[in-house]
Design a protein around this ligand. Sequence first.
Ligand SMILES: *Cc1c(COP(=O)(O)O)cnc(C)c1O
Length: 349
Amino acid sequence: MPLTLHVDGDRWRSHLRRVAETHPGLVPVAKGNGYGLGLPRLARKSDRLGVDTIAVGTYAEVGEVLPRFGGDVLVMTPWRRELPVGDAGYDQRVVHTLSRVVDVQSLAAHASVSGTRPRVVVEGLTSMARHGLTRHELSAAARALGPLRLTGFALHLPMTGGNLTEAEQWAAALQASQLETTRLFVSHLSDAELTELAQRRPGLSLRPRIGTSLWLGDRGALRVAATVLDRHQVQRGERIGYRQRPMPRAGTLVVVAGGTAHGIGLEAPAAMTSLRQRALSLARGGLEAAGLSLSPFRVGGKQRWFAEPPHMQASMLFVPGAGSVPNIGAEVDVDVRFTTTYVDAVEIS
Ligand SMILES: *Cc1c(COP(=O)(O)O)cnc(C)c1O
């Protein structure tokens, strides 16, 4: 397989179960590229974990999740009166997030006209400053709900840690408000903060929304590998590739699966442009002196240089010297960010 995410099935599944058991009220987050695993798979896994709600990022993602998950689908991007949500957006199982009083009013009016009673979560504006109502707007939101059914309040906190104080202030504001819900959806509280908040506010039912540490929390269970597609001996000074760049030494070109379409880009170190940098690097004997960039692919246990920038679906690596290189059809490891990588296949053992 070209670019493959290999999953140690037993290990991954037992991690998922452990996270679900230690996080009562867990709401798995399935968005974007499905954390590298794909949204359909995350929807099916969430169903098997037995949770009652899954959270998606956008309305466009609802349709991928609905047929594969039996419970509610919370859309974390707020509903906007200016923006259409598509047909799946008004499915009975969808729960909307509302972050402005005008949106509460508009969705309530929409519901009255269509004779429906959509379920909604109201979001508070935290120090994230992305979306949400301020404390002072809560009562106006409560008054505007009309036929809407309020199923919770949501907080999206920064990832800097130390969010307990802010979460607790919001919990107090919620309990003092006319918003009639005791369910609090929280994003990015640590386990210790969740426990502490649950103890301090026993009247609230906490619903932690978790993506990364659920799906990718046991990195050792996941490995991305690229298939070797071709290899060629090259001489020093020989020109290769789209850019016909001369090779700095003799060695082997290894052509591997995985390119810009998979989200493979030029990785660190950043392009070394200044002459001084190049001279320094040349003095150290590095290949970056020849204008090459370090790739995320590992061949023979070593991170290798791109012979030229990655192509759309393949990359050309330069392995200097006469050492052995893997055969065509073999796999080499790739260090990628799962949330920005689109693999060709996921293989779960
Ligand atoms: C993406 C997202 C999450 C999940 O974040 P992770 O860091 O992947 O756990 C939770 N809440 C909101 C609002 C998000 O957008």
